[in-house]
Design a protein around this ligand. Structure first.
Ligand SMILES: [Zn+2]
Length: 413
C-alpha cells in the first residue's frame, strides 16, 4: 500500500513553494479522507408546471385561500398561545372548512403547518404572503407517471402536465411526497420537490484538477480549459448598461417629483433575470468540472475563498466587476455536485498561486509583469497566467493530499 502511494506520487512535478493548508475540521476533512459511508443529501428538484388557463386560475385561488387561512389560523394560535396541533384541530378545524372552504385534507395540512411554524418561535405571529409557496404532501398530490401531477384545489383535483429536465429525471425516483407549489412573479408555476439523494462512495483521487477563479475568465482549470465565453461577458455588459440607464431614468423621475415605480419594477425584474443567468452559468461550469474529475479519477482543488474579493491581484476597476460574480455560489455548486459524484474537494490557500513558477518554484511578483501572461524571471517558463494559477492550486492540493489525507487513509486501512 505504502509503495503504491509512493509510486503514485513520484510521478508528480517538483513541489512548488505554495502554502497548502487543509482545514482538518468537520465536514471538509471528511470530504478529503472520504471514510464516510453512504449518507444522504437533501436536494430540491424544480419542476415547471404547465397548467391551462382554467387550472392556473384554480391553483391561484387555492393558494390565495390557503395562505389567507394560514395567516388567520396563525393569528388565532398566537393570541391563545396554542401550538399543539390536536388542540388547534379541535378549536379551528370547522372554521377552516367553513370560512375558507378548505377540504378536509387541506384543513389538516394547514393546521400541521401553522402549528409547526408557530412552535418554532412563539414570539412571532406568522403572516403568510398572498402567494407564499403552498405545501403539498402525498395526501393532496400524486404523480401520474413522469409527466403529469394531480393537485387538489378548492374545486377538486386537477391534472397538470409538467416537464422535467434530465437532471430532475435522474433523481425523480428519490423524490419524497413533500413538495411546495410556487407561483413565480412572472406567472410561471413550479413544483419544488424534495428528494433524498445518497452520496457516492468517494473515489481515491490520484491527481487533482486545479481551478483558478478570476475576473477576465470566470474559471480556468489546470488542463488549460477556460470557462467563460463572449456570451457571458456580452450578457454581463448588457445587464450593466440596461441597469445604468434605468437607474438614471429613476433619478430623473425622482428629481421631477414623480415616483419612479415602473422603472423600479423593471430594475427588479432585471436583477432576477441576471441572477438566474449567473446561476445557470455557474451550474454549467461546476457540472463540467465535476464530470471531468469523475471521468479521470481526479479530485478538484479550489482556492480558499476567504478574501478573494480584496486580493491584491485585482485592480480597483476589476474588483467592482468581480463582486458582481458569485464565486461563493459557484463553489457551492462544485462542492455539492462533487459530493454527489464522490469526487473529493480540497481547498488550498491562494497566497502566491499566481506568482509562483510551476516549473522551478521561483516566487516573484515580477513573474507577472503583463496582464494575463506568466513569464518566470528565473527559468523563463512561459504560460497563460490563469493556467499557471490553476496548476499551482492543483500542485498544492496534491502536496496536501499526500501529507495529510493519504497517511490517514493508510492508518485506516
Ligand atoms: Zn521558473
Amino acid at each position: 500500500m505504502r509503495e503504491q502511494i509512493a509510486r503514485r506520487f513520484r510521478r508528480l512535478p517538483p513541489t512548488p513553494a505554495v502554502h497548502a493548508q487543509l482545514s482538518l475540521s468537520g465536514d471538509r476533512f471528511e470530504r478529503i479522507h472520504g471514510f464516510r459511508l453512504a449518507t444522504y443529501m437533501k436536494l430540491t428538484l424544480q419542476i415547471q408546471l404547465f397548467p391551462d388557463k382554467e387550472q392556473a386560475g384554480l391553483l391561484q385561488l387555492t393558494m390565495e385561500r390557503f395562505n389567507e387561512a394560514r395567516s388567520w389560523l396563525a393569528a388565532q394560535a398566537y393570541e391563545l398561545g396554542v401550538a399543539n396541533k390536536v388542540k388547534l384541530q379541535q378549536l379551528f378545524y370547522y372554521d377552516l372548512r367553513e370560512k375558507f372552504g378548505l377540504s378536509a385534507q387541506m384543513a389538516a395540512l394547514c393546521i400541521r403547518h401553522v402549528g409547526g411554524t408557530y412552535n418554532r418561535d412563539k414570539n412571532i405571529k406568522p403572516v403568510f404572503r398572498k402567494h407564499a409557496a403552498m405545501p403539498y404532501d402525498s395526501r393532496i398530490m400524486s404523480f401520474k407517471g413522469v409527466d403529469r401531477v394531480s393537485l387538489l384545489t378548492l374545486e377538486g383535483r386537477v391534472i397538470v402536465p409538467f416537464v422535467m429536465g434530465k437532471y430532475q429525471h435522474e433523481r425523480f425516483s428519490l423524490a419524497k411526497g413533500q413538495s411546495d407549489l410556487v407561483r413565480r412573479k412572472d406567472g410561471k408555476w413550479f413544483l419544488l420537490v424534495t428528494a433524498d439523494v445518497p452520496d457516492k462512495t468517494p473515489i481515491r483521487a490520484t491527481d487533482f484538477i486545479g481551478v483558478d477563479l478570476g475576473v477576465v475568465n470566470i474559471a480556468t482549470d489546470s488542463d488549460g480549459e477556460v470557462y467563460t465565453s463572449d456570451k457571458v461577458e456580452g450578457v454581463r455588459q448588457h445587464y450593466r448598461r440596461t441597469r445604468r440607464s434605468l437607474q438614471q431614468k429613476a433619478t430623473e423621475q425622482k428629481r421631477s417629483g414623480k415616483r419612479p415605480k415602473n422603472v423600479r419594477r423593471k430594475l427588479k425584474g432585471l436583477s432576477g433575470r441576471e441572477r438566474r443567468f449567473k446561476a445557470d452559468t455557474n451550474h454549467c461550469i461546476s457540472k463540467k468540472l465535476v464530470e471531468k474529475a469523475t471521468g479521470t479519477n481526479r479530485g478538484i482543488a479550489l482556492e480558499e475563498l476567504t478574501g478573494i474579493r480584496d486580493r491584491t491581484r485585482f485592480r480597483k476597476a476589476q474588483r467592482d466587476k468581480m463582486s458582481k460574480w458569485s464565486f461563493a455560489e459557484l463553489r457551492g455548486f462544485v462542492e455539492y455536485k462533487a459530493r454527489l459524484a464522490g469526487v473529493p474537494v480540497v481547498a488550498v490557500d491562494p497566497r502566491n498561486t499566481s506568482r509562483t513558477c510551476p516549473e522551478c518554484g521561483h516566487i516573484d511578483k515580477g513573474n507577472r509583469l503583463v496582464r494575463g501572461i506568466f513569464l518566470c524571471r528565473q527559468c523563463g517558463h512561459f504560460d497563460h497566467a490563469d493556467v499557471v494559477g490553476a496548476t499551482n492550486i492543483a500542485s498544492a492540493a496534491k502536496v496536501a493530499w499526500r501529507e495529510v489525507a493519504e497517511p490517514q487513509l493508510e492508518r485506516a486501512a
